[in-house]
Design a protein around this ligand. Structure first.
Ligand SMILES: Nc1ncnc2c1ncn2[C@@H]1O[C@H](COP(=O)(O)OP(=O)(O)OP(=O)(O)O)[C@@H](O)[C@H]1O
Length: 443
């Protein structure tokens, strides 16, 4: 009751409350001051409690949001891990899900994107999604396919340099449509390259496929082909130095290793040669031209029966005679390129004396003789290599071009043998050339 009366007193006007307070001082022992503060009017209690409840509620909401976010990111990490486990072991490389290509869409109408809707398969940011271009867009990019933009002329058509609407410089390959082979090569390149992503394989930026045209759009490789540098026309000097040649050999070995062993469906390039090795501004190599490539799903007992395609001088003898293709066919072609890097010679040269026309036949017996190896080396490389490295490169080349496929190494073995040789090279070659010369632009 006392509490009640005190509460009433406290609730009364300030003057009354002060009077009661004074009166208490006269007739009863003094109450501790605290007591008066504990006894608050109900509105004051509410003004204190309500903000506290609001703060607690806000904290709870905040905590729930944080927990939900954590749950969500844990789920995402889980699915990324799962998709990583499903993808190839090489951390740089990806193989994107299958897709179909609508070739007969009407002109100027963009056909469906090659990527499916599964977000788990979208490549990491460093690899672009393959885009579909209209012919008009490519006309604009190449200044109406002007002669001045021609950078090459391949077996399937003309290649132009172009600038895409976002400013990207690209190599635009216009395929001639005549013949089934051209159509097949186009489909294979689009289908394979939109799924294969590796720093050692040329990147397909997009394509155009309408009623009248077939075009492929690639990243532009400013230093052109290895062919141009290793076998320059008009008796120009070969300038690539030993270090750059070794690095190119390793890049190419990694490209083939990726195709054979890291892609979910193994791929045989089947047209590996110097003119299908492109060089970027730092002379890093990427393998191109997948028009003849075979996916392992076509395999019958580890071999693919096929019409003999490819280039003379790079074909393994058995494939050339029996038309059986295996990944070891690529290993043979790789061995030929390694010999070209080592000797500076072309695979077939009928201008040379008898017995030296075919590079492999001339080189193979000499590759196991230390003294003869030194005599085989490209004369422009004199003084740039250690004899130990030279002998090792010769040994790798000799293994790769063995007539019997079973005796050839896997590309993984080649990569593992080359890595220590390249590691021992100077960190950053100041120049890719023999002396202080620089490359002329590729067009
Ligand atoms: N991505 C690119 N960047 C820069 N230049 C390129 C690119 N792709 C091709 N080229 C140039 O275009 C030329 C022709 O290339 P393409 O791939 O059509 O044929 P190829 O390899 O010479 O012949 P084939 O198709 O008969 O094997 C190359 O030699 C090269 O000079």
């Amino acid at each position: 009751m006392e509490t009640n009366s005190s509460t009433v007193a406290a609730a009364g006007p300030p003057g009354v409350s002060a009077k009661n307070h004074t009166h208490n001082h006269h007739h009863s022992p003094p109450q501790p001051h605290k007591h008066h503060h504990d006894i608050l009017p109900s509105t004051s209690v509410l003004t204190i409690i309500i903000p506290i409840i609001i703060v607690i509620l806000l904290l709870l909401i905040f905590l729930i949001i944080v927990m939900l976010r954590r749950l969500k990111s844990a789920k995402n990490n889980d699915s990324i891990k799962r998709s990583n486990r499903n993808s190839i072991s090489n951390r740089y490389c990806m193989f994107i899900a299958h897709s179909t290509l609508n070739i007969n869409a009407s002109p100027d109408v963009k056909v469906g994107c090659l990527y499916g809707g599964n977000s788990n398969h979208i490549p990491p940011n460093k690899f672009r999604v393959v885009q579909v271009f209209t012919y008009k867009e490519l006309e604009v990019a190449t200044d109406r396919f002007s002669e001045s933009n021609v950078i090459g002329n391949g077996g399937f058509g003309v290649v132009y340099r172009g600038v895409l609407s976002d400013g990207t410089v690209a190599a635009i390959k216009m395929l001639q449509r005549e013949g089934k082979q051209g159509e097949r090569a186009f489909r294979i390149e689009v289908d394979l390259l939109s799924r294969l992503h590796s720093p050692y394989i040329v990147e397909l930026l997009g394509y155009c496929a309408d009623l009248h045209h077939r075009l492929l759009i690639f990243e532009y490789m400013p230093n052109g082909t290895l062919q141009r540098h290793l076998h320059p026309s008009h008796n120009q000097p070969r300038l690539l130095n030993w270090e750059t040649r070794l690095r190119i050999a390793l890049d190419c070995a990694k490209a083939l290793e990726f195709l054979h062993e890291h892609a979910i469906t193994p791929v045989i390039h089947s047209n590996f040669k110097c003119s299908n090795i492109l060089l970027d501004q730092n002379f890093k190599a990427r393998v191109s031209n997948f028009g003849f490539a075979k996916a392992g799903s076509d395999k019958i007992n580890g071999q693919i029966s096929t019409h003999v395609l490819g280039t003379t001088g790079y074909l393994e003898p058995k494939y050339a005679s029996a038309g059986k293709l295996t990944s070891k066919s690529d290993v043979y072609s790789y061995g030929v390129v390694l010999l070209e890097l080592l000797t500076g010679r072309v695979p077939v040269d009928t201008k040379r004396p008898p017995g030296e026309h075919v590079l492999v036949s001339w080189a193979l017996p000499r590759l196991t003789n230390r003294e003869e190896i030194v005599e085989m080396v490209d004369p422009v490389l004199q003084g740039q290599y250690s004899k130990k490295d030279l002998i090792q490169i010769a040994a790798i080349a000799a293994m790769c071009v063995q007539p019997e496929a079973d005796y050839r190494p896997l590309m993984t073995d080649v990569v593992q043998s080359l890595i220590p040789l390249v590691k021992n090279l100077p960190r950053c070659p100041s120049n890719s050339f023999r002396s202080n010369q620089t490359a002329s632009p590729s067009h």
